[in-house]
Design a protein around this ligand. Structure first.
Ligand code: NAD
Ligand code: IPM
Ligand code: MN
Length: 367
């Protein structure tokens, strides 16, 4: 049997730095657990622009389609601010999501016990937090037409369009209900049905899909109130389903509940391929962090946890994913801290590579 294929796109800024640590972890699973992947690497974002004049080469797009899973670091950086919008690094990532039709973006926000003091919120508000935001990722205002900057009379007008079809809402809602069934059986849908027609349709369709999931307790919340409730008492939520833009904002907010953006992974899933695996791209929620790039300061945990999500959602290796997550918990409990985690408890400062090595040691100890 051939090994499953994994396409790695390190990208820009801290992307390659955190991905180097993920490569060590992948190698460990091959050597110690017999979990071998056919790993290949390619360019995305600014790195692809520098090499090819486009943030995603067509060949890379084809390789992403063919891969069993794609793992991405981060894209973007100030160097590329001057580029035309159509070739900005972020367009490469958006093309991957759109062309692979990765409509369901899972963004967990989990508070590790060792980091409960790091949140800007009180410890009892975040300790034990474990929520999952499901963000629609291939439609809405990110992709709706018409869009552009147009002349109107004697001034310019910038236009983006929020657009959702029933089937787009239904498929992401279904993925969220399925997740809720495997978790706490609670789903909160967020939109702004009070001001947006797309929000009215969203609420109706989510309610209809919910009839197939009578065991799941479904609630609806306006997204602005949802942001407030997420900071007031986040543990009231289990799974949240929301649109592309609200999901972008709410998932960054949820990330900071847990203390650092450097901790949070994501999975972007599409329809099942011929081999039964979903089309999938895994990436940290954080960006290329230009302010700390090249200094060995980046926290690799979000990217490593993204690989854990790949083990769970693409490769049916939930137990090995849990082994990796437990190794990370051990290292955090031991007080090892990258710069972003240097908080109230002091801890032992480590570099990006130091954190990766400590996780490897904890994995070894798990055998
Ligand atoms: P960012 O996530 O890159 O950084 C925000 C802050 O969090 C910075 O202070 C950064 O140092 C810190 N941070 C982020 N990840 C960290 C990590 N792993 N370890 C330690 N600290 C970390 O967001 P930004 O500054 O708004 O965006 C920078 C660039 O990244 C922009 O070009 C943006 O478009 C891009 N971006 C890309 C992605 C992606 O590739 N998926 C996501 C968000 C932003
Ligand atoms: C994210 C990022 C992206 C988004 C950008 C980089 C295109 O912020 O993954 O959350 O807006 O979706
Ligand atoms: Mn974002």
């Amino acid at each position: 049997m051939t090994n499953p294929s994994l396409l790695i796109l390190p990208g820009d800024g801290i992307g390659p730095e955190v991905m180097a640590e993920v490569r060590k972890i992948i190698d460990w699973f091959g050597a110690k657990r017999g979990l071998n992947f056919d790993v290949s690497e390619d360019l995305v974002g600014g790195a692809a622009y520098d090499a090819h004049g486009t943030p995603l080469h067509d060949d890379t797009m084809a390789r992403a389609h063919a891969a069993d899973a794609v793992l991405l670091g981060a894209v973007g950086g100030p160097k590329y601010d001057v580029l035309d919008f159509s070739v900005k690094p972020e367009r490469g990532l958006l093309r991957l999501r759109k062309e692979m039709d990765l409509f369901s973006n899972l963004r967990p926000a989990q508070c590790f016990d060792a980091l409960a003091d790091f949140s800007s919120l009180k410890k009892d508000v975040v300790a034990g937090l474990d929520i999952m935001i499901v963000r629609e990722l291939t439609s809405g205002v990110y992709f709706g037409e018409p869009r552009g900057i147009f002349e109107e009379g004697n001034e310019r007008v910038g236009i983006n369009t929020q657009r959702y079809t029933e089937s787009e809402i239904a498929r992401v809602a279904r993925s969220a209900f399925e997740l809720a069934m495997r978790r706490g059986k609670k789903l909160c849908s967020m939109e702004k049905a009070n001001v947006m027609e797309s929000g009215i349709l969203w609420r109706e369709v989510v309610t209809e899909v919910g009839r197939d999931y009578p065991e799941v307790e479904l609630s609806h919340m306006y997204a602005d109130a949802g942001a407030m409730q997420l900071t007031r008492w986040p543990k009231q939520f289990d799974v949240i389903v929301t649109d592309n833009l609200f999901g972008d904002l709410l998932s960054d907010l949820a990330a900071m509940l847990t203390g650092s953006l450097g901790m949070l992974p994501s999975a972007s899933l599409g329809a099942p391929m011929a081999n039964g695996r979903p089309k999938a791209l895994y990436e940290p929620v954080h960006g290329s962090a230009p302010d700390i790039a090249g200094q060995g300061k980046a926290n690799p945990i979000a990217c490593i946890l993204s690989f854990a999500m790949a083990l769970r959602y693409s490769f049916d290796q939930g137990a090995e994913a849990a082994r990796l997550e437990a190794a990370i918990e051990t290292v955090l409990a031991d007080g090892l801290r990258t710069a972003d985690l240097m908080g109230p408890d002091g801890g032992t400062p480590v570099s990006t590579a130091g954190m990766g090595d400590a996780i490897l040691a904890a994995l070894d100890a798990s055998l």
